[in-house]
Design a protein. Structure first.
Length: 320
């Protein structure tokens, strides 16, 4: 008797990923993607090429990878983003690690999917500043990229194809296999005694887990910590009334400065900020309160945060 196996697009994608994507320790083995944009080697690597293609900026000087730098855990180390012609944005370039599991995107959550998100920096006048109508001509005019787009999508490049490829590459950017992950997996020597104390504080007295939860250490929600307030005035509306998205904490020691506006330069400053209960304002999140951490507890918490740095991978394994 012959048995027939039926696969949905999602289950087939999961089977392919099990053989090819190297998902690091600490993450779900299946990297989610919409059925209309299943991850494949060809689309991920095409997206990688587009990610570093400076032709997607108006003056040809900046690519997505110019702000999301692989060597800097896919951020740029600057307080706020700097676009073409030296234009300054109001917010920091966020790391884009493990965004395949994201529920919304940007500090204010204005994009619902990665496919919605990836072209917005290209169009933003303060970032890459490329007019909407120029995206397709720029891509088609590049002989190599144009040919690859035709091969992958079966037609000359269209704007939605560019978005699908870029989104697929971003989904391949994965961070995990940190000392913290190894500790959770049972290696009790992976964290020092001080880091274990920091983990206990993270889960208890410091109450970090009120927002930083799950495999990516973020609730994917929006909170008002007071970071958007200056001298009693709301300086940035954020998602609403000064609320900003909880950033994931993987590789956090490598992605300074911190907060949506890069206003805190070090982890020490971040811990002090939360120890004081954030910055008072009419819409302060209910979880924000003074922590009264001792100097030793602050140091332990910082050492634990450093243990969240592990391995970062991107693109399709073995493709280059």
């Amino acid at each position: 008797m012959r048995l027939r196996r039926w696969f949905t697009a999602a289950s087939l994608a999961a089977a392919l990923q099990a053989e090819t994507l190297r998902v690091p320790l600490g993450l779900d083995a299946y990297v989610p993607a919409p059925e209309a944009n299943v991850l494949t080697r060809e689309i991920v690597e095409l997206g990688r090429t587009l990610f570093f293609f400076k032709g997607l900026s108006r003056d040809g000087t900046l690519s997505c990878g110019g702000c999301h730098v692989p060597e800097k855990a896919f951020t740029d180390g600057k307080p706020v983003a700097v676009g073409v012609r030296g234009q300054i944005s109001a917010r920091r370039t966020p790391p884009i690690l493990n965004r395949a599991w994201g529920k919304s995107f940007f500090w204010d959550g204005r994009a619902a999917t990665l496919e919605d998100q990836v072209l917005q920096p290209v169009l933003n006048p303060k970032e890459m500043d490329l007019p909407l109508g120029e995206i397709v001509p720029r891509v088609r005019a590049n002989e190599s990229i144009g040919a690859r787009m035709q091969a992958v999508f079966g037609r000359p490049a269209e704007r939605e194809d560019v978005a699908r490829a870029l989104a697929s590459y971003v989904r391949s950017i994965l961070a995990g296999d940190s000392p913290y992950d190894r500790y959770i997996a049972g290696d009790r020597a992976a964290l020092s005694g001080q880091q274990q104390l920091g983990l206990k504080l993270f889960r208890g007295k410091a109450n970090c887990v009120a927002c930083h939860v799950g495999a990516n250490l973020t609730d994917e929600a929006f909170h008002n910590t007071g970071a958007g307030w200056r001298n009693g005035v709301l300086s940035d509306q954020g998602q609403a009334n000064g609320a900003f998205k909880t950033p994931g904490l993987r590789e956090v020691a490598r992605v300074a400065p911190y907060m949506h506006d890069g206003s805190l330069a070090t982890l020490e400053e971040v811990v002090d900020f939360y120890d004081k209960g954030g910055r008072e304002n009419p819409n302060l999140d209910s979880e924000m309160r003074q922590l009264n951490l001792t100097a030793d507890e602050k140091r332990a918490l910082i050492e634990f945060l450093k243990s969240l740095s592990g391995k970062v991978s991107e693109g399709w394994p073995g493709a280059r």
